[in-house]
Design a protein around this ligand. Structure first.
Ligand code: TRP
Length: 364
């Protein structure tokens, strides 16, 4: 049988999801889910990972599990096509992590660029929680438990996937071919790799207050785009404008399609023409922002509407998640069986081992 094609990815429930999540991975996942090209899709809410740096705030994590689930459903993730589940409800992941810890050195974790920057960002300095430090290992367990072949994530997750691949190779080398080496799937549009915040800062983040959330109202979206960072030297309309580092244009790169000009701005045939005019001078920021607003509202409106519908039946969402957890557990348990067998810790399933040792000790 050809190797199954399996998608897996997840998000930490530390807040509602924003359009950075959307263009970085969420939009792609829905396409992949609906493409019919994959045998299985697993999408999960990484609550246990969120607790590695929110251990003192379990209520925050718990409240955001449902927010993320709502965002998933609103974007079109469909529980009849994808298994949607909650990480902490799959204890098999802990056991896998425990064995993978033997395959990774402390210095290798210290070199993980994402862990490095996150430690700095959180001011952990010398008091780094062990669980946080080792979360790349637990993430390798998340991925391998489901034999994922394809992991759609943002660029910041690249070192995590690389570390998971190393663990797989080392495991298979020592214990025999058991685990599947995953591949990262990055957005193919550069603007989507790391969408800046509305203030032009490199990353959208809740603490910086520069996010547009999928669940923002139409008014909030309009307001946020109105105050968006552009080119600070583009003061008068006739001034030539710069598009590099200009957030409005980065967002257009991420969201604008040729048909949008047909619908909202017939003066230009495409984005290249619009950019050229802005660079020449004679095009004001407000006009461009209005265009962006129309595009964003078109994209976000159906998501908002669906979210409102799903919000009407929260118990049904917990039911859906619970069923997802059951399916996910079964898959993880099967992988764990194979791992235990490969690692020779499957004593009671190994009749041959017992018989052989029985013979050996009798003969002595
Ligand atoms: N670290 C990811 C994030 O912060 C979430 C995550 C946890 C994940 N386990 C994963 C993503 C496994 C992909 C695969 O967004």
């Amino acid at each position: 049988m050809a190797k199954e094609k399996i998608i897996l990815t997840g998000d930490r429930p530390t807040g509602r999801l924003h359009i950075g999540h959307y263009v970085g991975s969420l939009r792609r996942r829905v396409e992949l889910q609906n493409s019919g090209l994959y045998d299985k899709t697993f999408i999960f809410i990484a609550d246990a990972q969120a607790l590695t740096d929110n251990m003192d705030n379990p209520e925050k994590v718990r409240q955001n599990v449902i927010e993320v689930a709502l965002d998933y459903l609103a974007c079109g993730l469909d529980p009849t096509k994808s298994t949607i589940f909650i990480q902490s409800q799959i204890p098999e992941l802990c056991e896998l992590s425990f064995y993978y810890m033997d395959l990774v050195t402390v210095s290798r974790l210290q070199r993980n660029p994402t862990v490095k920057t996150e430690i700095q960002m959180r001011n952990f300095e010398t008091s780094i929680p062990v669980g946080f430090f080792t979360y790349p290992i637990s993430q390798a367990a998340d991925i391998t438990a489901f034999k994922a072949t394809t992991v759609p994530v943002g660029e910041d997750q690249e070192p995590m996937i690389e570390q998971a691949r190393e663990i797989v190779r080392r495991f298979n080398h020592i214990y025999g071919e058991t685990l599947v080496e995953p591949e990262i799937l990055l957005p193919d549009n550069a603007a989507c790799l790391r969408l800046p915040g509305t203030d032009g800062k490199a990353k959208m983040s809740k603490s910086l207050g520069n996010c547009i959330y999928l669940s923002d109202s139409a008014d909030e979206v309009t307001k946020k785009i109105k105050s968006m960072y552009t080119d600070p030297n583009h003061i008068r309309v006739e001034d030539p404008g710069q598009i590099e580092g200009n957030t409005v244009f980065t967002y257009l790169d991420a969201f604008c399609r040729p048909e949008h000009f047909d619908r909202y701005w017939k003066d230009y045939a495409n984005l290249a023409e619009l950019k050229a005019h802005y660079q020449r001078g004679g095009l004001g920021d407000m006009k461009v922002k209005k265009f962006l607003t129309a595009i964003m509202q078109e994209e976000l409106e159906p998501i908002r509407t669906r979210r409102k519908e799903f919000e009407q039946d929260i118990p049904a969402i917990y039911d859906m998640l619970k069923k997802g957890c059951e399916v996910a557990r079964e898959q993880a348990a099967q992988t764990l069986d194979e791992v235990r067998r490969a690692m020779k810790i499957n004593y009671f399933d190994d009749a041959e081992l017992i018989a052989e040792q029985a013979r050996k000790f009798k003969a002595e």
